[in-house]
Design a protein around this ligand. Structure first.
Ligand code: ADP
Ligand code: MG
Length: 329
C-alpha cells in the first residue's frame, strides 16, 4: 500500500546575512491514511518549520529541498496557485495559537463555512448547514454554542474545537496539528486528543501531531519521530518507545516527565541540561553531543546515521541516530 504522505530527505536551509544554515537536515518519514504520526522535540528543534514546509508556507528566507509526496505528487514541485488548491483542501493545519488564528469579528459558523465556499464552491446556505453539522461533530452542537457566536464568547477548548472544524471543512486527507493544546488544561487537552483520534479513524485521515510532550503523542499516535536540532534522532512505534528509548535525547525527554501519568505534582523533574543550539551554532558532530551524558570522542566528527536497532526484519523498525544508544544494536 502506498503511503498518503512520503517525506524524503527533506532539508530546509535558512539564509541570513549571506550565510546559510540547515534548520532541517534530511528528514524522512511516511504516513498512511487513517494513522497518526507524532513529531516530538523541544522548542527550537524545527517542528514548526517542518509543518510549514509541508504546506508550502516557509518564511521567505528559508528554502526546502528533498521531496514531499502527497498521494504521489511532490508538493515541492508545485506552483503557488497549485499549492493554494492543496492547502486547506487536501492538507489542513491547526495552528499553534487558536486565539490568533480565528477572525475575532466573524461568527464561528461562517469561519467554518468559508473554506467550503472557497474550495468546494458551495453556496452560503449549504456551506453554513454543513458547517453546523461539523461544529456539532467536533463537540459544539448549536444548542450549546450557536454558530452565530463570535470567538471571544468561547472558552479556549471550544475555540480549539472551532479551529479543528475549520481545518476539517474540506475533508482534507492530511491534518497537521502543531502544539495544538499548549494553552489548555489537561482534561480539555485529553478530550481534544480523543476527538482527533476519532476523526482520524472515522475519516481515514492522516494526522501529524506535533508536540514537545511525549505523553500527548502516545494518546493518539501509533508512531513517533523524535526531532533534535533539525535531525531525526529516533523513530519507533509508540509501544516500542514506551518500552525503551534508544537515543539519550529521547530518554532525556521521557525522564523530564514530558509524558502523562508519571509526573507527581510538586516533584523535582530531571531535565536535560543546556538547550537546543541555534541554527548557526551547530557543529559537524552529533547534534546532541554538547548536552549528551553518553558523549564519547567518536561522536564529534559527524552526525551519526539513522540505523535500525533490534529486529532489522521488522515491518516497523526502531531506528536511532546514535553511536552509543541505550539499547544494544
Ligand atoms: N522566520 C524565521 N526566521 C529565522 N529563523 C527561524 C524562523 N522561524 C524559525 N526559525 C528558527 O528555526 C529553528 C526551528 O524553529 P521551529 O521550527 O519554530 O522550532 P519548534 O517548532 O520545534 O519550536 C529555530 O532555531 C528557530 O529560531
Ligand atoms: Mg513550534
Amino acid at each position: 500500500m502506498s503511503a498518503l504522505l512520503e517525506v524524503e530527505a527533506l532539508s530546509v536551509h535558512l539564509r541570513q546575512d549571506g550565510r546559510e544554515a540547515a534548520i532541517l537536515d534530511r528528514v524522512g518519514f511516511s504516513l498512511q491514511a487513517g494513522s497518526a504520526l507524532g513529531i516530538v522535540g523541544e522548542s527550537g528543534c524545527g517542528k514548526s518549520v517542518l509543518a510549514l514546509s509541508l504546506i508550502g508556507l516557509l518564511p521567505p528566507a528559508m528554502r526546502a529541498s528533498g521531496a514531499i509526496r502527497l498521494d504521489g505528487i511532490d508538493l515541492l514541485t508545485l506552483t503557488e496557485p497549485a499549492l493554494c488548491r492543496v492547502r486547506g483542501r487536501r492538507v489542513s493545519m491547526v495552528f499553534q495559537e487558536p486565539t490568533r488564528a480565528l477572525n475575532p469579528t466573524q461568527p464561528i459558523g461562517r469561519q467554518v463555512a468559508e473554506g467550503m465556499r472557497l474550495h468546494l464552491r458551495l453556496g452560503r446556505a449549504e456551506a453554513e448547514a454543513r458547517a453546523g453539522r461539523l461544529l456539532d461533530r467536533v463537540g459544539l452542537p448549536g444548542a450549546v454554542v450557536s454558530p452565530h457566536s463570535l470567538p471571544h464568547r468561547l472558552s479556549g477548548g471550544q475555540r480549539q474545537r472551532v479551529m479543528i472544524a475549520v481545518a476539517l471543512a474540506c475533508d482534507p486527507s492530511l491534518l497537521i496539528a502543531d502544539e495544538l493544546s499548549t494553552a489548555l488544561d489537561m482534561t480539555t487537552q485529553a478530550q481534544i486528543l480523543e476527538l482527533l483520534a476519532e476523526l482520524v479513524a472515522e475519516r481515514r485521515m492522516g494526522l501529524l501531531l506535533i508536540t514537545h510532550d511525549l505523553g500527548l503523542l502516545a494518546q493518539v499516535c501509533s508512531h513517533a519521530l523524535v526531532l533534535y536540532a533539525g535531525h531525526t534522532v529516533e523513530t519507533a512505534t509508540i509501544p516500542a518507545l514506551l518500552a525503551a528509548r534508544a537515543h539519550p535525547y529521547t530518554e532525556g525527554l521521557f525522564a523530564s516527565g514530558l509524558h502523562v501519568g508519571t509526573v507527581t505534582p510538586g516533584s523535582v523533574l530531571p531535565t536535560i541540561p543546556g538547550q537546543v543550539p541555534p541554527p548557526f551554532s551547530r557543529g559537524d558532530g552529533c547534534c546532541f553531543a554538547s548536552r549528551c551524558p553518553r558523549m564519547q570522542p567518536d561522536c564529534l566528527p559527524a552526525q551519526p546515521p539513522l540505523v535500525v536497532i533490534g529486529d532489522t526484519a521488522s515491518a516497523e523498525p526502531h531506528r536511532v541516530a546514535c553511536l552509543h544508544p541505550l539499547i544494544a544494536a
